[in-house]
Structures are given as C-alpha cells and as structure tokens.
Design a protein around this ligand. Structure first.
Ligand SMILES: C[S@@+](CC[C@H](N)C(=O)[O-])C[C@H]1O[C@@H](n2cnc3c(N)ncnc32)[C@H](O)[C@@H]1O
Length: 264
C-alpha cells in the first residue's frame, strides 16, 4: 500500500517521463483540446481575466486559454520536469508574458486567496489523494462568483476490479476516480455549487485506442526510445486492454463539471 505522498510523487514523476509525450501527444486528457474548448466556453472566460490551471501538465490547455480567450494563466504542477517543459513550450509559443508555471501541489496551491476568475483542472482531481483539500484550495483561490471547470475520469457506483486500483492505475488516473455525483459532493462541501455537468464517456475509450495505436507504432519505429524511457510496451498494452474492457462495461467514463463559488 503506497502513502499519499508516494502516490503523488509517482504520478508527477511518471508524467515527466519523456515517453509520456510520445504516447499521449500534446494534451494529457481524454477529449483533448476539443473538450478543453468546451470547458472554456462553459467557464464564460473574458479577455483580461486570470485563470489557474491546476495539474497543468505540459501546458497545452494554459496556452490555448491565453491564445484563444486573452486570459492570463497560472499553471501549477507537481512535476519539476513537467513545469520546465511547460515553460519552454510556452516561451517558444511566444506566450510567456501571459502564461506562468509554478511547481506546486493541487492540495496546497501556491496562489493567494480570491486571486482567480476561474480554475481549470483536467484529468487530475481524480489522482489527488486528498480531494477535499484540493476542493478547498479551489474555493480559496477563486474570487466570489468565479467558476471551476473540471474534466475527469468517473467510475460507476461500486468501484473497480482490483487490477484497476494498483499504483499504475493511480498514474493512469483510474484507481481513485469517483462517480460524478461524488465529485460534486466533495466540491459542495468546499462551498462550490455544481451548476452544470456533461458526460463525455466516449472520449476515454478513444484516448485508450489512440494510446494503443501510438505504442504499437513506436514499438516498430522507436523501440530504443521506449526502452531508454523504461516503458514495457507489453505490460502497458495488457493494462490498456483491461481499461478498455472496463470502459465497454460502463465501469469507467469521463465527465465535465462546472461549479461556482457563491457571491459576487
Ligand atoms: C493526466 S495529467 C493531466 C495534465 C493536464 N491537466 C492535461 O490535461 O493535459 C496529470 C498531471 O497531474 C500532475 N499532478 C499529479 N498530482 C499532482 C498534484 N498533487 N498536484 C499538482 N499536480 C499534480 C502530474 O504531474 C501530471 O502533469
């Protein structure tokens, strides 16, 4: 049994591995930037507002929000190499004046109270061992009337088979995923009222298939890079097959949720 600190460190280190970018592509969540655009629309972002992207990964979402909506973005991620990669890609895109990245934990966000018009958290709330602490942090950094937009893995009531609750499953954002209603209840207890939800279950099945296709291609064209990065392709493919079955059985899905901090 891993401790919460071990789980967080393992998750952050795994997403900092070079092979992850090869296998996941630009955006590290089901639905990709298309779903991020939908999330931004529902957050009703306006130019000049400030947004926090919690567990920002390589920063594709933060850059999209700044470029398309004219907002400034503070991205926070627990992975040192992930933050460095996000900063480099952002400088290369000419967006460094609008998008900053901070090394930090979603359960202890390094931003002041009431600082943000919106908080975004994609495919990461499910990995936080202390979800109530993260929800309280979202509420703390949001200004009254501000909105939080989450997209995340959901599980059916009754949970998952044991083989999908391992440490690898934590990294794959599955092990501690919850039913959508439970995410809303956690946010509610932190003072955030859910105002809109959408199911995007098809997005997670599509992402697993894309991961499998990229892995099979890389196995043929760049197997040395995978070996250097410590990726056991067969083990990952065994795991994706299990996850795909769980999606087909309706045990795993993906959802979008918008919640609001009351007051203005
Ligand atoms: C599945 S990726 C999602 C990245 C990004 N939100 C996206 O959708 O492209 C999960 C990210 O969460 C980060 N992470 C994991 N635990 C974290 C924590 N406790 N605080 C901040 N970031 C965390 C990882 O380093 C990784 O970059």
């Amino acid at each position: 049994m891993s401790t919460p600190a071990e789980i967080k460190a393992c998750c952050a280190a795994s997403y900092g591995n070079d092979a992850v970018a090869l296998v996941l592509g630009e955006s590290y969540h089901p639905g990709g930037l298309t779903l991020t655009r939908r999330l931004a629309e529902l957050l009703r972002l306006r130019g000049g507002q400030c947004v926090a992207d919690i567990a920002a990964g390589p920063g594709a979402t933060a850059r999209l929000l700044a470029a398309d909506h004219g907002v400034t973005v503070d991205g926070v991620d627990l992975g040192q190499s992930t933050v460095e990669a996000a900063r480099a890609a952002t400088a290369e895109a000419g967006l460094a004046a609008k998008v900053r990245f901070h090394l930090g934990d979603g359960e202890h966000i390094p931003l002041p109270d009431n600082a943000c018009d919106a908080v975004v958290c994609e495919c990461a709330f499910c990995t936080f061992p202390d979800k109530p602490a993260a929800a309280a942090e979202f509420a703390r950094i949001l200004r009254p009337g501000g909105r939080v937009g989450i997209t995340d893995v959901t599980v059916a009531e009754g949970g998952l088979p044991d083989e999908l609750t391992t440490l690898a499953a934590w990294v794959a954002c599955i092990a501690d995923a919850r039913p959508l209603g439970e995410y809303a209840a956690i946010l509610e207890r932190a003072g955030l009222t859910t105002v809109h939800t959408e199911a995007h279950d098809e997005a997670i099945g599509r992402m697993i298939e894309e991961i499998e296709a990229r892995l099979r291609l890389l196995r043929m064209t760049a197997s040395d890079r995978l070996v250097r990065a410590g990726v056991d392709v067969e083990a990952v493919l065994r795991y994706t097959a299990l996850a795909k079955q769980a999606v087909a059985d309706g045990l795993i899905g993906y959802a979008l949720l918008i919640a609001e901090k009351p007051g203005r």
